[in-house]
Design a protein. Structure first.
Length: 161
């Protein structure tokens, strides 16, 4: 089972919305056979907060929709401690609620769909998926779509390019 810690720093999300993101990420973890007990934190923030994080960690002084911080890969020479009791920390996902709202409007689909899309997108990044090449993008976006469709969060209107 995935250990999920969801925090709404904006105080604007309903319990239903948070529960939906929770369910969708658990389903994603199941579909992708993520190791039992893996931990992920998802924090919903304002545009100002995500802009600050983007500036600090990525030298980009603009708000963005989602940022993922994967836990450090093991460096050379480090020994992995084989102990089933130690949870695997996958990392953190930070989502701007304002950007999710704006993007849902411009793509003409529901806010819930957009929020879940961003959460799944961030989650896949934590698992090492990327969209740098056309091939990678096809695989990653295909996975996102099948995960979201399991919850009836289908595409409506325009979609992310």
């Amino acid at each position: 089972m995935l250990e999920l810690d969801l925090m709404d720093e904006t105080g604007t999300l309903t319990e239903e919305t948070i529960a939906l993101v929770n369910k969708v990420l658990h389903s994603a973890a199941e579909q992708l056979s993520v190791k039992e007990g893996s931990e992920v934190s998802v924090t919903f923030v304002t545009n100002d907060a995500i802009q600050e994080i983007n500036k600090t960690y990525r030298n980009k002084d603009v708000p963005t929709d989602v940022i993922s911080f994967a836990m450090e890969e093991m460096g050379e020479g480090e020994i992995e401690i084989m102990n089933a009791d130690i949870p695997t920390l996958l990392g953190d996902i930070i989502i701007s609620v304002q950007r999710a709202t704006e993007q849902a409007e411009s793509y003409q689909h529901s806010f819930e769909r957009e929020l879940c899309f961003l959460a799944v997108h961030g989650f896949l990044h934590l698992l090492g998926y990327d969209h740098g090449t056309e091939e990678q993008e096809k695989e990653m976006f295909g996975l996102q779509e099948s995960i979201l469709q399991a919850y009836g969060l289908k595409r409506e209107g325009h979609e992310h390019s």
